[in-house]
Design a binder for this molecule. Structure first.
Ligand code: NAP
Length: 284
């Protein structure tokens, strides 16, 4: 919220449901966006205990809220509370955004689109026709696998320590997905770390998800982690002169897709990126 914003009875409300939710960067990102484009809206954190996602969605219906972001532990439960889910959310069995379409509340998953859009916007890299390896097979990895498969990556290779989870993730790119090993990283165009290895303030802060010396000189190395902005993986990749991207890109671009679904207004991505960087910086 900008210092001169006036909240009135007409101010539209959006927010993020989660438990806990106090750590979320989304209020900083979306309030900066509302202020930049002049939409009379406010975005708040909504702490919703486990098992009560349905009540939160009912509140959105009752109060006419503009939209909701959804984070842990509600991403699955929200599916049965909305009127319908998009194909993407249905295939991932995960909702991170609820928007209105006429009288209906629709659940979507915008993380994967955020990854693909961020790669295009920030590095000028199109996924179509390129080979992509995703290291990890959790929720973030599955969203990326699904999105790069839909964006017609030539190969989508999932590398994960638990084979069964890798198989489930690879199936989300039905035409080109397969399970691979670290050896596959030698030949791909784009490598994505979707594990928490390298995340600040955890016992994995110094961990490397793979040895970056094996990737090709032309490869793009992406990390979905945004804290720190340069993980040990990205530091090593940059030392080799490789193109890199951190997790701020996916974070901001998934929010941009949600913002556009809620408001119908083009998201001010630069303003949102600056707000995310400030919010992350203020925590460090
Ligand atoms: P998750 O569901 O817990 O999945 C984590 C994945 O990492 C699993 O596949 C796990 O392997 C693997 N893993 C964890 N520690 C490992 C280790 N020490 N060695 C090998 N593999 C390991 O987590 P998530 O929600 O997908 O999040 C993954 C990362 O993405 C996190 O760093 C998160 O901050 C980031 N993220 C970023 C954004 C963004 O907008 N930028 C959004 C969401 C998440 P197993 O399957 O074998 O357990």
């Amino acid at each position: 919220m900008s210092s001169d914003q006036v909240i009135t009875a007409a101010t539209a409300i959006a927010g993020v449901i989660g438990w806990p939710v106090g750590h979320s960067l989304s209020p900083a990102i979306h309030n900066a966006a509302f202020a930049e484009v002049g939409v009379d809206g406010i975005y708040v954190g909504l702490p919703v205990p486990p098992g009560q996602a349905g009540d939160a969605v009912a509140s959105m219906r009752l109060f006419g809220w503009l939209g909701l972001s959804v984070t842990m532990p509600h991403k699955f439960d929200v599916m049965s509370a909305v009127d319908r889910v998009t194909d993407t959310a249905g295939q991932l069995a995960s909702v991170n955004c609820v928007f209105r379409e006429g009288d209906e509340l629709v659940g979507d998953s915008t993380d994967g689109a955020g990854f693909v859009n961020g790669l295009r916007a920030e590095l000028g890299v199109e996924v179509a026709g390129r080979s992509v390896a995703v290291v990890g097979a959790g929720g973030a990895a599955r969203a990326v696998v699904h999105a790069v498969g839909a964006a017609e990556a030539s190969d989508v290779i999932v590398v994960n320590r638990t084979l069964q989870r890798a198989e489930i993730a690879a199936a989300l790119a039905p035409a080109t997905g397969r399970v691979g090993t670290v050896e596959d990283l030698r030949s791909v165009d784009i490598v994505v770390n979707a594990t928490p290895m390298g995340m600040a303030d955890t016992d994995q802060a110094a961990a490397l998800p793979f040895d970056v010396s094996i990737v090709q000189d032309e490869a793009v190395v992406c990390d979905l982690i945004y804290h720190p902005s340069a993980t040990p993986l990205l530091v090593a990749a940059q030392a080799r002169g490789l193109r890199t991207q951190n997790g701020v890109s996916m974070l901001v671009h998934q929010a941009a897709v949600a913002f556009e679904l809620w408001t119908g207004v083009a998201a001010p991505v630069e303003t949102m990126t600056a707000a995310a960087a400030r919010a992350i910086g203020s925590r460090s």
